[in-house]
Design a protein around this ligand. Structure first.
Ligand code: CP3
Length: 353
């Protein structure tokens, strides 16, 4: 499949740490419930998973934030939990409680019985969404594909849903580490195949969301999370359609471990707001680009305060190539879309050379 030539390559250039005319910007969860047009499409689709499975509607919501704001990247509309769903765990969403699985994975038998999904066949709806979005973007901005990290996927699969203490999975890590490794190994193979399929269908960069990696100890993080992300990075298609396909690693609360993350072979690190971006840059040097890191809660404040925080982050990063502006985590449903606009417009204006 040949797609239209890319008209805005600011995001890909910044990921390659090449100079750009202004700092590129996108927002984690930019297609979501804070937008009334998202809520309308979601209503039309039915459940959240019905929306993910409908390529035309998934494409529609992916493009909605780009119609409103001058964003420099689009992100595939889907979810990280599509892989465990394709493994047969039965994903569903309980309003107000987040994602849940009908089956959990806790024993040696549970892990042995898990299939490694064939992404082209078992996650074909995601691949249809990727190709549809790429076609409809028509070269406007690059498309980001994504997956959860093995560790983060394992937390949902073993606990059966969101958790505060990861009791069952951490019990396994410390009590039966070989079981945790067997599960993470299957997930790493599944994620590699899934991201490569997204790249073949048109994703121009990929991000690995390690939302819960920061809950691990300093010793357990490299062994149970980063090591598996590294294996994925090693197995990814890194050149496609005559361009490099950059990989972004985002470990939430991973600020203490940036140096080892930067050595993983990835192109960029996503930062949450618990670290100063200037300090992060000094620590990783010019090994990787950095993406982040406005506290999403700043978007509850008036536009003048949002603008001041954007300026503070740009000043702290300093005059170097390799910054992609983003939130330190996803935008929340309660944010006023005009505050999201104030954020993006502040980056466009203050981030220009
Ligand atoms: O950025 C984007 O616009 C792309 C879409 C995207 C979604 N989920 C859509 C979504 C991405 C990149 C994700 C990733 C994701 N999903 C992560 C990693 C990033 C992070 O936020 O840490 C995680 C942990 C999940 C699991 C998940 N899916 C959660 C915790 C929830 C929220 C549940 C709730 O009720 O608040 C979801 C559902 C989800 N994924 C929504 C969206 C827009 C909301 C669902 C709805 O419309 O009802």
């Amino acid at each position: 499949m040949t797609y239209a030539a890319l008209k805005n390559d600011r995001f890909l250039k910044a990921l390659a740490r090449e100079p750009v005319d202004r700092t590129p910007v996108w927002m984690m969860r930019q297609a979501g419930r804070y937008l009334p047009e998202y809520r309308a499409t979601r209503e039309k689709a039915g459940s959240f998973m019905d929306l993910c499975r409908n390529a035309e509607l998934a494409c529609e919501v992916t493009l909605q934030p780009l119609e409103r704001y001058p964003l420099d990247a689009a992100i595939l509309f889907s979810d990280i939990l599509t892989i465990p769903d394709a493994m047969g765990l039965g994903l569903y969403f309980e309003p107000g409680e987040g994602p849940k699985f009908r089956k959990t994975v806790r024993t040696e038998q549970d892990i042995a019985a898990l299939p490694v999904p064939d992404a082209e066949r078992d996650l074909d709806y995601v691949m249809r969404a990727v190709s549809t979005i790429r076609r409809e973007l028509n070269g406007r901005v690059p498309l980001i594909g994504f997956s959860g990290s093995p560790w983060t996927l394992a937390t949902y699969m073993v606990e059966g849903g969101p958790s505060k203490d990861f009791r069952h999975l951490k019990g396994m890590v410390y009590g039966r580490p070989e079981l945790a490794h067997a599960l993470l190994d299957k997930l790493a193979r599944s994620v590699t195949d899934y991201l490569n399929a997204q790249i073949r269908h048109g994703a121009q960069a990929v991000q690995i969301f390690d939302t819960w990696g920061g809950a691990l100890s300093a010793e357990a993080y490299p062994e149970f999370s980063l090591g598996y992300m590294k294996r994925i990075v090693d197995g990814l298609i890194r050149d496609h359609e005559g361009r490099k396909v950059p990989v972004i690693l985002f470990t939430k609360n991973g600020g203490l471990w940036l140096e080892t993350m930067a050595d993983s072979g990835c192109d960029a690190l996503g930062l949450d707001w618990t670290i100063n971006i200037g300090e992060a840059r000094r620590r990783v040097g010019d090994r990787v680009a950095l993406q982040g890191n406005l506290d999403p809660a700043v978007l509850y404040a008036p536009p003048a305060a949002i603008r001041a925080e954007v300026k503070r982050i740009l000043d702290d990063f300093g005059d170097h190539p390799g910054h992609i502006f983003n939130l330190g985590h996803g935008i929340t449903p309660q944010v006023d879309p005009e505050h999201a606009r104030a954020f993006i417009e502040a980056v466009v204006e203050l981030g220009s050379l």
